[in-house]
Design a protein around this ligand. Structure first.
Ligand code: FAD
Length: 332
């Protein structure tokens, strides 16, 4: 590894079998903005085996340079070798900011790396901004059960490290005119760096539901009354080409699977259109959907907090309003 100094913004690129995960593209979008504000470079850190083919797309998605670290010992994610490689690179190149997706892998990797390089970590962020005066990174995340948003800074240590929830930041469109540098690095890893042995990888059988990627979401809450209430939501979703999701209350009631939960302890979504049907608008729910382009709320209580974030509010019974909407859409 060479000793180039690069005080830039880094994004850890999470990949599965060479396929870059959406959260990493979202972080490149945010990283581009931060790097421009700091007049510095945006670096994508891509680790694995046979992953180099993904590097060019990372440049098209905003990176100025891609550090590709390939080794057979990085074939699948294992804590120790990934931590070792990343920590060594940070110590050599000293980036200012590091962004990692708050996924199962990111939540495992980030705290270990931050401890190894003796810096702080703000986990599970939903907003990142540069403070004008100090140029410190303002890292905001829900705290105290989502009842307040806490903004955390790391003034004395570098890098400033943050894990960021999937679905919160916006990825850049592919721009094939973008230019960047690809740096290939061979890490100094040995078998002894790994203390675990992967015996078998069992792939998930069911297709993972990705409400984070839907353009239209029809979300139902306890106001639907019972599980059958989802039938009209499914009909509305198929009219609009969308997907159905729900509040935690309906997930806890067993009306819909946990994969479809929107909110602080569910998924953060940002569709073009979000219907909140019979959802009160608790802060923990709103935290997961308030960035939606257009929010339409249907609730029979004029005082429901969901109306505070809704662009369009319909006061009425979901069992009357939604069938009327479906009829109207069918007649178009
Ligand atoms: P309710 O709050 O019961 O609201 C039902 C709404 O439906 C009411 O506003 C009512 O006026 C309306 N209504 C009733 N009947 C009708 C009708 N016929 N037509 C129209 N409107 C009607 N919640 C989440 O959603 N996601 C999370 O990730 C999440 N995480 C949490 C994490 C923590 C640590 C905690 C403490 C809570 C969390 N919650 C979460 C729970 C949250 O606080 C609320 O309890 C939950 O969002 C309420 O769900 P709801 O709006 O469906 O139900």
């Amino acid at each position: 590894m060479n000793n180039l100094i690069n005080k830039g913004v880094w994004v850890f690129i999470e990949q599965r079998e060479g396929e870059v995960q959406k959260v990493s593209l979202e972080l490149l979008g945010k990283g581009r903005q931060l790097a421009d504000q700091l007049s510095t470079k945006l670096t994508a850190l891509l680790m694995g085996e046979n992953v180099a083919q993904a590097a060019q797309e990372l440049i098209y998605r905003g990176a100025d340079e891609v550090i590709v670290v390939e080794d057979s010992l990085l074939n699948v994610y294992i804590t120790e070798p990934y931590t070792k490689v990343m920590s060594c690179l940070i110590e050599e190149r000293r980036p200012e900011i590091i962004l990692i997706g708050a996924t199962a892998i990111g939540r495992d990797l980030a705290p270990r790396v931050s401890a190894r390089v003796h810096t702080g970590l703000t986990a599970d962020c939903t907003s990142l901004e540069i403070e004008d005066e100090t140029q410190n990174l303002l890292m905001t995340r829900p705290a105290f059960g989502g009842n307040i948003m806490a903004t955390i800074i790391c003034p004395d240590f570098r890098p400033q490290m943050s894990t960021v929830r999937p679905g919160v930041m916006v990825e850049l469109d592919i721009d094939t005119t973008r230019k960047g540098e690809i740096i290939n690095i061979k890490p100094s890893l040995v078998k002894e760096d790994i203390n675990v042995e992967i015996l078998e990888i069992v792939k998930e059988k069911k297709q993972k539901v990705k409400i984070e990627e839907a353009n239209v979401l029809i979300s139902g809450g306890r106001g639907l009354g019972k599980i059958d209430g989802f039938e009209i939501l499914n009909q509305l979703a198929s009219e609009l080409g969308g997907m159905v999701s729900g509040s935690r209350a309906v997930v806890d009631a067993g009306w819909i699977d946990r994969d479809y939960q929107v909110g602080q302890t569910g998924k953060t979504v940002r569709p073009n259109l979000y219907f909140a049907c019979g959802i009160s608008g608790a802060i923990q729910h709103v935290a997961g959907m308030e960035e939606s382009e257009l929010i339409i709320a249907i609730n029979k209580n004029t005082e429901a907090p969901i109306f505070e974030v809704a662009d369009v509010g319909i006061v009425g019974d979901v069992h009357k309003v939604i069938p009327a909407l479906i009829e109207e859409l069918k007649s178009l």
